[in-house]
Write a protein that binds this ligand. Structure first.
Ligand code: G3I
Length: 300
């Protein structure tokens, strides 16, 4: 293939990008998006603060702009994210206990129902595990409603959109470490008890390289019977092009790695200001990292 999307498709995968609704009028941006990518994730527009700014009042305008752009061009949509400890609307940040639990489940139900049939994969829960060596859950208002909040969210999402793949998504989980092992243990438990989970997202915000056991880590999750996806890839540093190739090869080597999403299009679109971690430069030109990914997709 001659584009990321076409080359990934030849290997049975999608290749996606995070998109901001406010940039859909930028012709350079949209030109690259439509040429190269087969999946879109809304960078912010489908988060809790964006979709339920006031309790019980849902706003889907910017999310719809992104979803319609994708579906109108045959692209998939990754839904991001039904629950998260960050980017909660103010009213939710001030809640606790059973009222918060009920509000969270109502949010999952309403948003997943609204988009039913349009979302390829939902990040049902984002970043619920702690950094460091504990392997434990992150403390948050949602976690304090009870350890079963994650499975309750997954059950509500399944009921609302039975056709969507339901993912758990996190960062610093890209190698075998205490955090990824905590998640691994949760997924294994969910599969054993019939809690509906279909996929695990590895954000992969990296510097210079992927962990040496990146592929092995993806594989151990796949072996639990879930798909794995690279969901927010960006890589800074002088070894960028090689590292992008290594991540791409790792996904292709794991049968259940179904796709890769980069977290933005041009370096100037990245949340990592000044780090130039993406595949296109500020003017929209292909970087060495782009060629490296394309060649890796086309190899073999
Ligand atoms: O919406 C306001 C806008 O009204 C205001 O004018 C503007 C000025 O500062 O801020 C806008 O909100 C910002 C929003 O991005 C949209 O640009 C927020 O301040 C800013 O915090 C927010 O950052 C996003 C961040 O998530 C929030 O935590 C980044 O764009 C987004 O790339 C980033 O994405 C996350 C994933 O969702 C989860 N994994 C990590 C990843 C990187 O942090």
């Amino acid at each position: 293939g001659t584009t990321l999307g076409a080359s990934a498709a030849e290997k049975g995968r999608y290749f996606g990008a995070a998109v901001a609704a406010g940039k859909l009028g930028d012709s350079t941006y949209v030109g690259i998006l439509n040429r190269e990518f087969t999946s879109i994730t809304a960078e912010n527009e489908m988060k809790m603060d964006a979709t339920e700014p006031n309790q019980g009042q849902f706003t889907f305008g910017n999310g719809d702009r992104i979803v319609n752009h994708a579906l109108g061009r045959g692209m998939k949509v990754r839904g991001h994210t039904l629950t998260w400890h960050q980017q909660q609307p103010g009213w939710m940040q001030r809640m606790e206990g059973s009222a918060l639990r009920q509000a969270m489940l109502n949010h999952v139900t309403r948003v997943a129902s609204y988009y039913r049939g349009k979302i390829h994969s939902w990040d049902v829960v984002n970043e619920a595990f702690a950094d460091g060596n504990s392997g434990a859950r992150r403390d948050s208002n949602l976690q304090r409603t009870g350890n079963d909040w994650i499975e309750a969210a997954f059950r509500a999402a399944r009921a609302a959109d039975p056709g969507a793949k339901l993912c758990y998504n996190d960062y610093n989980t890209d190698g075998v470490n205490a955090k990824s092992t905590g998640i691994y243990t949760m997924v294994r438990d969910f599969k054993a008890r019939g809690v509906p989970i279909d996929c695990v997202g590895f954000q992969s915000h990296l510097t210079n390289s992927a962990p040496g056991d990146y592929q092995a880590n993806l594989q151990r999750f796949a072996d639990l019977g879930v798909d794995v996806q690279i969901t927010e890839l960006d890589i800074s540093g002088s070894n960028q092009a090689n590292a992008y190739a290594a991540v791409t090869r790792a996904c292709l080597a794991v049968a259940r790695c179904t796709g890769i999403t980069v977290w933005g299009i041009r370096d100037s679109d990245s949340w990592r200001t000044g780090q130039n971690p993406l595949l296109f430069d500020n003017s929209g030109n292909k970087k060495a990292a782009y060629t490296s990914v394309l060649n890796a997709l086309n190899a073999g």
